[in-house]
Design a binder for this molecule. Structure first.
Ligand code: RET
Length: 249
């Protein structure tokens, strides 16, 4: 392993190490938590386990890539998102109370939007700092991002959530606001990571600080958006199971 020369390097190294541990243990936690919810909601908890397992693998690869000082491969992160972001939306649909006949079409729509958001973000992420490509792909990706958020707040998921009151309704409401706040970190980290972007310039960031902020920003957001969000999904699934008469063994 190359020596970590700066405190910035140390921060990224530790963030990746922390994420490997958080994702790996959450994978186990969600696997063993499946029996706490009724069979109707188990797929949501299974998806949380899949998401954390996929992320544990990718963070392990990123940790090694960084620790070895090899040329940085941003592809691990985007491959991770390509798999996990559609799953995050699919598990939300499972617990949201959307009618069964609508759930499948809705999941497909959200998953396709998520795939397009990530796939169009990647060429921008790997383009040169300050290039037109970096900003053009950012804007294209942002359109899909806004479509997803629109769906959660006003579209079909928004409508389904509106009709639910009591403890389940308020848990679902919190869930989507947490999603909004954690997901908003990604485009901001993207801009801070492009040292020539208007945002990085506004903060007068050095190239080294930009490179650190984007990795630490994405990593913190991922831990909140995967294992953290999974806890809220589990909470809604348990509340729904209990309200439908399910008693965990
Ligand atoms: C990119 C590119 C620039 C524009 C936008 C982006 C959005 C990324 C998002 C990622 C969410 C990832 C999650 C992972 C968790 O497991 C691709 C950075 C809008 C919203 C939730």
């Amino acid at each position: 392993m190359e020596k970590l020369v700066t405190s910035n390097d140390q921060l990224v190294y530790n963030a990746f190490s922390f994420a490997v541990a958080a994702m790996a243990i959450s994978f186990v936690y969600y696997l063993v938590s499946r029996s706490r919810v009724s069979p109707a909601y188990r797929s949501a908890v299974t998806m949380s386990a899949m998401i954390c397992g996929i992320a544990a693998y990718h963070y392990w690869r990123m940790f090694n890539n960084f620790a070895d000082g090899a040329p940085w491969n941003e592809g691990y992160r985007y491959a991770d998102w390509l798999l996990t972001v559609p799953l995050l939306l699919a598990e939300l649909v499972v617990v949201s109370g959307v009618a069964r006949d609508k759930a499948k079409g809705l999941t497909t729509k959200l998953a396709v939007a998520a795939l397009l958001m990530i796939a169009t973000g990647y060429p921008g992420e790997t383009a040169a700092a300050g290039s037109d490509a970096s900003m053009i792909w950012f804007v294209i990706s942002l359109v899909f991002f806004i479509y997803i958020l629109w769906n959660l707040f006003a579209g079909e998921v928004g409508q389904a959530l509106k009709g639910q009151s009591g403890a389940i309704g308020s848990k679902l409401n919190n869930l989507r606001y947490i999603l909004l706040v954690t997901w908003a970190v990604y485009p901001i980290a993207y801009l801070l990571g492009d040292n020539e972007s208007f945002l990085a310039k506004a903060f007068d960031l050095s190239a080294g600080d930009s490179a650190t902020l984007i990795q630490v920003g994405y990593t913190v957001a991922d831990v909140l958006a995967k294992p953290g969000y999974g806890l809220l999904i589990l909470g809604v699934a348990i509340a729904r199971s209990e309200s439908e008469g399910y008693r965990a063994a």
